[in-house]
Design a protein around this ligand. Structure first.
Ligand SMILES: [Zn+2]
Length: 287
């Protein structure tokens, strides 16, 4: 008898979303490949799903069109602070991975995974903090426009404020159909993080109960050992608990979840991969 049935993990991934050249401090451009490989190594049933690159017009539903063109043509610096056309091209695939994962989750009411990062500091017409395009706002707006989704939730548990997400939601006047919660706006430290976690199911019920879909940024830079930790300061066990509470509560509310990776800056990169492995484990261990 198997201990319990493993759940299929639908991962929207194409190697074109990765950049192998060094892009400086953030490991996010090469992380998708490492994390997908690690999840497979754990023996979880991974199904790699097809993605595509987004067009300028699709990206521009959440951004100024001249900004989008400037980034993709190498005229403006991307969120990594360079004008690399290789990086620019990969951004059409990271946003594409997230959109494809979101569309599938919405249409099939199933949980999906997009091994992407680098969205939540990108504003309507600016790049910042390793982020260039708001894959979250783009997917939310396209789900509403093309698939008639009524209400989209963004639960951003990366350590830093989702200031770019807030900016794109505001500039595109999307407040009425997107609910956004970002851990980074709250002062969660050692002394109050256990309490915050205990309340997380209620936080999800109160903010997102009527959402058709939840976008979940499962960032791991909120770990206590991360050199960039801002809000959270969670232990390894608390990161696992956080993810388990997200999946259990959304399962109870029957809301499909699209999970992405967001931030993580520990060295060596294996420490980050180990934390993202806990997200997969929490998913498997949830109802
Ligand atoms: Zn972060």
């Amino acid at each position: 008898m198997p201990e319990h049935q493993l759940k299929e993990m639908l991962v929207f991934y194409n190697k074109k979303q990765c950049v192998n050249e060094s892009v400086g401090y953030s490991p996010s451009a090469k992380k998708p490949k490492l994390v997908v490989y690690a999840w497979k190594q754990l023996g979880y049933p991974i199904t790699i799903k097809k993605t595509r690159a987004l067009s300028i017009e699709e990206i521009a539903v959440a951004h100024d069109q001249n900004y989008v063109k400037g980034i993709l043509s190498g005229k403006f610096k991307n969120g990594f602070g360079n004008k690399s056309l290789t990086v620019a091209k990969s951004l059409q695939w990271t946003t594409g991975s997230f959109l494809c994962a979101a569309v599938h989750a919405y249409l099939h009411k199933s949980n999906t995974f997009s091994p992407t990062s680098g969205f939540h500091h990108a504003g309507y017409n600016y790049a910042n903090g390793f982020c260039t395009f708001s894959g979250l706002a783009i997917a939310a707006i396209l789900l509403k426009k093309q698939y008639k989704a009524q209400h989209i939730g963004i639960l951003d548990l990366d350590s830093h404020p989702g200031d770019g997400t807030a900016n794109t939601i505001h500039k595109t006047e999307s407040e009425d159909f997107i609910t956004h919660y970002s851990l980074g706006y709250h002062d969660i430290q050692k002394h109050n993080n256990a309490e915050w976690l205990e309340n997380l199911p209620n936080l999800i019920r109160e903010n997102f109960a009527d959402c058709d879909i939840l976008f979940y940024q499962a960032g791991v830079d909120c770990h206590e050992d991360d050199p960039e930790v801002h809000s959270g300061h969670f232990t390894t066990e608390q990161i696992y608990l956080r993810d388990k509470l997200v999946y259990s509560t959304c399962s109870e509310l029957k809301i499909p979840v699209v999970t992405n990776l967001a931030g993580g800056y520990q060295k060596p990169v294996q420490k980050i991969v180990d934390l993202h492995n806990l997200t997969a484990k929490a998913f498997q261990d949830s109802p």
